[in-house]
Design a protein around this ligand. Structure first.
Ligand SMILES: C[S@@+](CC[C@H](N)C(=O)[O-])C[C@H]1O[C@@H](n2cnc3c(N)ncnc32)[C@H](O)[C@@H]1O
Length: 435
């Protein structure tokens, strides 16, 4: 029964697996493996407290079970109890000195607690103990890249990712990291090679396809593919706020909403507002005082789950932005979009749809990444995001029926420690409506 439960668990049939674990426990009360795995399953289903209780019961019967200590650590880590997680990983290592998962988890949890020196020691120890383990090289590379401003070195990180791929050519996380790090170093030609290798491994994956185009290895699409956006942001949703606010100095929501409020005036809570590409909802609380109704739309369900938790929106829709706007004629007084149209090269269609979705006199406010000069064609940069020239934006806004256009330069985020120049764009739909 336990074997069957484990197989069902492994293949993601969680209802059936849970039933089988429970039946195994009815047959043999306190069976430690059943308790341990049922604990992991409970956590996966959002019942972390029950999971912790079950694994602790298992550990009372088998106190030297390193995997159970490690899994208990993982639950604590994912519920934000970092000190408890650390203690569990140390217990796992006390039971089994060469438990590589526990050691890599310990390193990560030390790093999350900003105990960088101890974290580095743990990453080094893992590499010494397991020089053939692809994960060990990958984690060291990621550590060096994250700490590029202090001890890190991107060249060394590249070497680590190449070693990770040498140990295991199917480690696509290492191929991904290698591609990104090479573009950070400005070595686009080599990044193209990494993305080609990744595509050979995963021909259906939209991420290497998009990044290959971004590095000049293929023709750029008019906008990022829906599947690419979904894949990237569903994966990013959990760490988005922390990453952007802490590591990238992300200011687009504050700067954009600040500029918008400058033209909207005193908050009267009277406007119907759409946050287009709302992500985790960072703009929501900033614009809420001006809104009678606040809607959000985004392609990524993972990002929207976070926005739902943050609260403040009347409705959140998982949809592609242009299609969603086209389905809602004259629905809003304001459409704002922070750091989302950077995933669009050609802005003509989305801005025409925005114009149609606004009431007469309505306002649009959005940010872009800036391209100097007056190129009429947007460029897909090797970051995977598009850049637009001022003249192009003016022309497209004019064609879409916008007036009172203002395009102000502003640094809205950092990349590789350097500010990325952006545009903060405000415009008003022709005609007399509100305000
Ligand atoms: C960098 S995030 C910005 C999120 C939010 N506006 C903020 O400032 O925190 C970009 C968001 O745009 C969304 N996005 C990109 N292209 C989209 C499209 N075509 N339709 C809907 N959402 C899109 C992504 O899913 C992601 O959540």
């Amino acid at each position: 029964m336990l074997r069957q439960a484990v197989e069902l668990h492994r293949t993601g049939q969680l209802d059936a697996a849970e039933a089988f674990y429970r039946r195994a426990l009815q047959t043999q009360a306190g069976q430690p493996d059943a308790l341990h795995f049922l604990g992991v399953l409970c956590h996966q289903r959002g019942r972390s407290d029950e999971g912790i209780r079950l694994i602790r019961m298992a550990l009372r019967a088998t106190p030297l079970h390193a995997d159970a200590h490690n899994n208990l650590g993982n639950i604590h880590k994912e519920t934000g109890e970092l000190a408890e997680a650390e203690a569990c990983y140390r217990q796992a290592l006390a039971c089994h000195g060469q438990h590589h998962d526990a050691l890599s988890n310990l390193a990560l949890v030390l790093e999350t607690q900003e105990r960088f020196e101890e974290a580095l020691q743990a990453y080094v120890k893992l590499l010494e103990e397991a020089p053939q383990l692809s994960l060990a090289h990958y984690l060291m590379g990621m550590y060096l890249r994250r700490h590029v401003n202090e001890i890190g070195d991107l060249e060394q990180a590249v070497a680590c990712f190449r070693d990770a791929i040498r140990c295991d050519a199917s480690n696509v996380r290492a191929l991904d990291a290698l591609g990104v790090t090479l573009y950070m170093l400005g070595r686009q030609d080599e990044a193209v090679g990494a993305y080609r290798d990744w595509l050979v491994r995963e021909p259906e994956n939209p991420v290497p396809r998009h990044m290959l185009a971004a590095c000049g290895g293929e023709v750029a699409p008019p906008r990022a593919d829906d599947a690419y956006v979904r894949e990237v942001f569903d994966r990013f949703a959990e760490s988005f706020d922390e990453q952007l606010l802490k590591n990238l100095d992300y200011r687009a929501p504050q700067v954009l909403v600040g500029a918008l409020i400058g033209v909207l005036g005193v908050a009267e809570g009277a406007l119907d507002v759409l946050d287009a590409g709302c992500g985790t909802g960072l703009c929501g609380p900033l614009i809420r005082p001006h809104a009678r109704r606040l809607d959000g739309v985004d392609l990524s369900g993972g990002m929207l789950d976070k926005a739902r938790l943050r609260g403040g929106y009347d409705e959140l829709a998982v949809a592609e932005l242009t299609a969603y706007l086209q389905d809602h004629p004259e629905a809003w007084d304001v459409v704002l979009s922070a750091d989302t149209l950077v995933y669009f090269g050609d802005l003509a269609e989305v801005l025409a749809a925005t114009s149609a979705a606004l009431r007469a006199g309505g306002r649009v406010a959005f940010t872009l990444e800036a391209m100097e000069g007056d190129q009429d064609r947007p460029v897909l940069a090797s970051s995977g995001r598009y850049r637009h020239a001022r003249g192009y934006v003016e022309r497209v806004l004019d064609a879409a029926g916008f007036v009172e256009v203002s395009i102000a330069p502003s640094a809205l985020r950092k990349e590789v420690g350097q500010p990325v120049n952006g545009w903060v764009v405000l415009a008003r739909k022709r005609g007399h409506g509100f305000g």
